[in-house]
Design a protein around this ligand. Structure first.
Ligand SMILES: Cc1cc2nc3c(=O)[nH]c(=O)nc-3n(C[C@H](O)[C@H](O)[C@H](O)COP(=O)(O)O)c2cc1C
Length: 320
């Protein structure tokens, strides 16, 4: 177990997947490992979730891909990545040399692509878990996103989980008609845990030019604006599946944000947009969590998990 600079253990154990502290870099924000800014002390992150990796290289979306809005960052990167072969040859070794646990995010458009990605990545040193991105269009099913169909989700997640010896997390968006039921499908199919949430669909408009700000034109909204949506998703799922590890993501930029996610039921958090502003944010957030725990006399992040009290209900044994 790792001990923080404050002399306190802040390691977390996601049913066997142990991280030195509860704050990881979210998918997309440190690319696939090739252009990690030198200002980031990568080995001090609990882990790095790669940008979603596809079988073939992808040049990503046309520009403009990002726009600042009053309520957060709107982006559509289009899963730009070097493809799995080049990731394994060039990017993964960089992350391994940096001594940071790697969670490989995988994305496909057909079942066989998820199978190929799992086979290619599963036993590679340095990769500690897979995160399955299921918001891509299903080419075999009329282009619907995989998460829209419980049958397809069961098929995809089931195949990855059966073939993988690593813990498998499924990343879900919040805007699903039945989020909890969808989460249940993933766990029944063999997933070890869930990552909640993906960016929220949004549109930014340039009224002067009568055009969208992104070429996509719909992008993913991220940053503080989506934190309440992400917290609600974590809370809803954790409430009915308290033993299923959840990584909470969406608008975490301070230690207080991270603590909120732990209280809502997350086992760890991921930081995305905040890293684009301050690449050291995850490390600072982890230090802030340690200070909070010390101040509250709580021995580990796990002791915060799910302790959120509903206002108006009896206090129980919540932290002072
Ligand atoms: C520039 C950028 C690229 C992203 N790329 C991916 C990706 O490849 N795969 C993925 O699952 N999520 C991706 N995301 C979504 C983030 O992992 C995260 O779910 C979302 O941004 C919400 O977290 P945040 O508010 O901390 O940014 C990306 C986000 C941003 C801002």
């Amino acid at each position: 177990m790792t001990t923080s600079a404050l002399g306190q253990t802040i390691a977390v154990d996601l049913n066997g997947l142990v991280f030195s502290h509860p704050v990881l870099a979210a998918s997309g924000c440190l690319s696939t490992g090739r252009d990690v800014p030198s200002v980031v002390d990568v080995h001090r992150l609990a882990g790095v979730v790669t940008r979603s990796i596809t079988v073939a290289p992808s040049r990503g979306s046309v520009v403009p891909r990002a726009a600042e809005t009053a309520s957060g960052l709107l982006s559509h990167v289009g899963l730009q990545n070097p493809g799995v072969d080049e990731f394994l040859a060039k990017d993964l070794p960089r992350l391994v040399r940096a001594k940071v646990p790697v969670i490989a995010s995988i994305a496909g458009t057909r079942l066989d692509e998820y199978v190929r990605l799992t086979t290619a990545l599963d036993r590679r040193p340095g990769i500690v878990a897979l995160e399955v991105y299921v918001s891509t269009s299903d080419e075999e099913f009329a282009g619907e996103p995989f998460h829209a169909s419980p049958e397809r989700l069961n098929e995809i997640v089931g195949a990855v989980a059966r073939m993988s010896r690593l813990p498998v997390f499924v990343k879900l968006p919040p805007m699903l008609p039945e989020l909890v039921e969808t989460a249940r499908v993933c766990i029944r199919a063999g997933a070890s845990g869930l990552t909640l949430i993906d960016a929220v669909p949004g549109l930014a408009v340039d009224a002067d030019r009568l055009q969208s700000r992104l070429a996509a034109p719909i992008g993913g909204l991220s940053g503080p604006a989506i934190k309440p949506i992400a917290l609600a998703a974590v809370y809803q799922v954790a409430h009915v599946m308290p033993r299923v590890p959840i990584m909470g993501v969406g608008g975490v930029s301070t230690a207080a944000d991270a603590v909120e996610f732990l209280l809502a039921g997350a086992w760890a958090v991921q930081v995305g947009t905040a890293m684009l502003v301050n690449p050291s944010a995850p490390v600072e957030i982890a230090q802030g969590i340690a200070s909070y725990l010390k101040e509250k006399g709580i021995s580990s992040p796990a002791d915060l998990r799910g302790r959120l009290r509903v206002r108006g209900e009896p206090a129980g044994d919540a932290a002072s």
